[in-house]
Design a protein around this ligand. Sequence first.
Ligand SMILES: [Zn+2]
Length: 106
Amino acid sequence: MRHFSCDLCGKTLTPHCDNHYSVRIEGFAVTEAAGFDDTADTDAVEEMDELLSELERNESQSEFETVEMPPAFAKKEYDLCGHCYAKFLSDPLGLDSRRKLPFSRN
Ligand SMILES: [Zn+2]
């Protein structure tokens, strides 16, 4: 028999005794370019040009940050106990804990 433990608190999840939840997270790159087609008028193209040159400016400003491109598609799966699942649902991105524990510059 396969045994599960909570990926957050490590508690062993006994089948049929504990609440056992599975959380799947999928992420994928959103490509705005898909919205552009032959019907795009000149204004849109000019706006795009402005946007691109703006992006280039921003890139040169942040040249010291080397950000590795994440994969275009990612999928994660976690087993959670009932307690951790409830906590996850109330704050999936951990925003509350980020507010409570501000980044320390020490
Ligand atoms: Zn847990």
